[in-house]
Design a protein around this ligand. Structure first.
Ligand SMILES: Cc1cc2nc3c(=O)[nH]c(=O)nc-3n(C[C@H](O)[C@H](O)[C@H](O)COP(=O)(O)OP(=O)(O)OC[C@H]3O[C@@H](n4cnc5c(N)ncnc54)[C@H](O)[C@@H]3O)c2cc1C
Length: 386
């Protein structure tokens, strides 16, 4: 990195884009282009944070402010509907303070935004919707529209952190997509019994579901299944929704008492093909999209941001050069692949109804429960994600 560094341009002020900007040293300016208006994130979706993510947020100085809004997961209870066998992972058994944390997207965004004024090297431009990234040999041209005006910025490095939903067809950037054919319904529910800091992962033949403790008595629910089925569940009135949830989830937290606003989104697997394009990098959900079953996606995305900042700081070739970006990609390969494989494995093995598989799964879950090395591995995977 030189003393007169040119600004890198980050597309998207989501948690991953902001983490990258805030992880850069004061000598590396960054311009963040965000389509939404300032302070507009009221997103209720819940994110599962690993211990590694907590350390990253502590280093950035945002953990303290958001900690009151987080709920620690001390136990993860994994079971399957209609089959025997279950496993319980406990933080204390493994000498960990907790297995992870749950926070709402908006609380995390608020905490990250609150420290932006201290980062003089970061300029966030809101209501700037990027509609093109054109990398060539010398730089990338990033074009956006703001207040009806078209603007373009030239940068040695354009970082796409848009969550993967808006920018496609960037020259030299290719992705592999696989639709699971399933949707996820996310909402908040309250239950008869307190959560006691237990997260539940429940595998059903129709698809996995998770209940994450979020709030004093509430849970964030992720309920996945075929699109038609999820659409039908979305359309139920509250009473029938809560009844069907009880049937699908079982009795572990008693009856479900209330449900918040429900939304759904299609589940897909997406990963980057290795790229030799200069001047453009893709991170976070824009780079890889995982099924939310194991809560890995966001944590992998945050590590993208930190590793890219590190690659920028330590670059011994120009920022945005093919060499620098190849080093960054190499540093992410293993972690990303593991997250994708682990998640895909869980979805495929636990979400089918082939005769005999259910019994094998039950046996597998029971064996994990008694076989300490397997349990330790699962704890490492579920709590640190790599
Ligand atoms: C509907 C939905 C629900 C989810 N629910 C869960 C869940 O329950 N649990 C879980 O663990 N994970 C969930 N995920 C995944 C999780 O949200 C992501 O892992 C996480 O948000 C990734 O952060 P990010 O910063 O990469 O992307 P995002 O959080 O998507 O942030 C991208 C940012 O880029 C901005 N942007 C987009 N396009 C442009 C553009 N063209 N120009 C400028 N700015 C742009 C957006 O406004 C946004 O602020 C969900 C994802 C979606 C889409």
């Amino acid at each position: 990195m030189t003393d007169s560094a040119q600004p890198i341009v980050i597309i998207g002020a989501g948690p991953v884009g902001l983490t990258l900007a805030l992880s850069l040293p004061p000598t590396q300016p960054a311009i963040v282009l965000e389509a939404r208006p300032e302070g507009a994130s009221q997103d209720g979706r819940a994110l599962a944070l690993s211990q590694g993510t907590r350390l990253i947020l502590e280093r950035l100085g945002v953990w303290g402010a958001m900690e009151p809004d987080t709920v620690a997961i001390n136990t993860i209870h994994i079971s399957q509907r209609g089959g025997l066998g279950r496993t319980v992972l406990n933080a204390s058994e493994h000498g960990l303070p907790s297995l992870g944390y749950v926070v709402s997207y908006s609380a995390l965004s608020k905490a990250l935004n609150a420290i932006l004024p201290k980062a003089a090297h970061v300029q966030v431009i809101y209501e700037a919707a990027v509609n093109g990234v054109l990398p060539d040999k010398h730089a990338a041209m990033v074009s956006y529209v703001r207040g009806g005006r078209k603007e373009t910025i030239e940068t040695p490095l354009a970082v796409v952190a848009d969550g993967g939903r808006s920018l496609a067809g960037i020259s030299g950037i290719e992705k592999i997509h696989k639709a699971y054919g399933h949707d996820a319904l996310v909402t908040k529910v309250s239950a008869e019994f307190p959560h006691n800091h237990i997260a539940y992962e429940r595998f059903t033949p129709q698809g996995p579901m998770a209940l994450l403790p979020n709030g004093e008595h509430d849970f964030s629910l992720v309920w996945t299944g075929e699109k038609n089925r999820i659409d039908a569940i979305l359309a139920l009135d509250d009473v029938e929704f809560l009844r069907q949830l009880h049937v699908a989830f079982g009795d572990r937290v008693g009856r479900f008492l209330s449900v918040g606003k429900r939304m759904s989104f299609p589940l897909q697997y997406a990963s980057m093909k290795n790229s030799d394009a200069a001047h453009v990098a893709v991170i976070g959900n824009a780079a890889q999209t995982m099924h939310p079953v194991a809560g890995q996606g966001f944590n992998v995305g945050l590590r993208d941001a930190v590793n890219l900042a590190d690659a920028i700081v330590k670059a011994d070739s120009p920022i945005g050069s093919v060499q620098m970006l190849a080093n960054y990609q190499d540093s992410r390969l293993r972690d990303t692949r593991r997250g994708l494989l682990f998640t895909d494995f869980l979805v495929n093995v636990f979400s089918n109804d082939i005769v005999g598989v259910s019994a094998l799964r039950g046996l597998g879950l029971s064996m994990v429960d008694v076989f300490k090395p397997a349990k330790k591995l699962l704890v490492e995977k579920m709590s640190f994600g790599g």
